[in-house]
Ligand binder design. Sequence first.
Ligand code: G3P
Length: 211
Amino acid sequence: MKLFIDTANINDIRTASRWGCIKGATTNPSLIAKEGRKLTDVIKEIVELIDGPISAEVQEASTEKMVEEAKELAKLHKNIVVKVPMTMDGIATVSQLSKLGIKTNVTLVFSVPQALMACEAGATYISPFMGRVDDAGDSGAELIEKIMAMIANYGYETEVIAASIRNLAHVEQAALAGADIATIPFAVLEKMVIHPLTTAGLQIFRDAAKK
Ligand code: G3P
């Protein structure tokens, strides 16, 4: 499972880019707003730090305007993936962008029928939101499992980005369900390397080495 970073914070992206295992980045309007910066300014910096798919979300709502906005975003860099919301206008946008060769990431996916519709429209990626499904009392892990099974049934080329990841359990569930990618906040990425037995074992080895 490929690991993407889910943030618009340039310092965190710079740090994570040095680890060598982060293959892409995703942003959304909430993450951009948190940084208090313009979307295009942030995206131009991210593409210099990470050599992989970088998702930038459209802000318009109609198909016509989303397509125009997407074309401008795609001009910023060859690695730009245009993030489009899971609405009927969004689906029509994805269909058009797919024919133009512009990569898309359909976001705010919460069900198999939504995922199916996005795959049929030619989405490059879809982003089911694990954490928000759990928040609503359902299982984010089961949603990823079902979407992976649906994609396998029909051989769609659309890749699944497990999103809205809040903890290590989500990372494990996404990987066991066979998600292609997980997009993960910086704090959870840091936690992925930590285990109390690793810390304790390392201390024992270091103490032994001193003797
Ligand atoms: O990738 C989507 C993600 O940023 C949403 O996460 O925690 O706001 O549900 P969250």
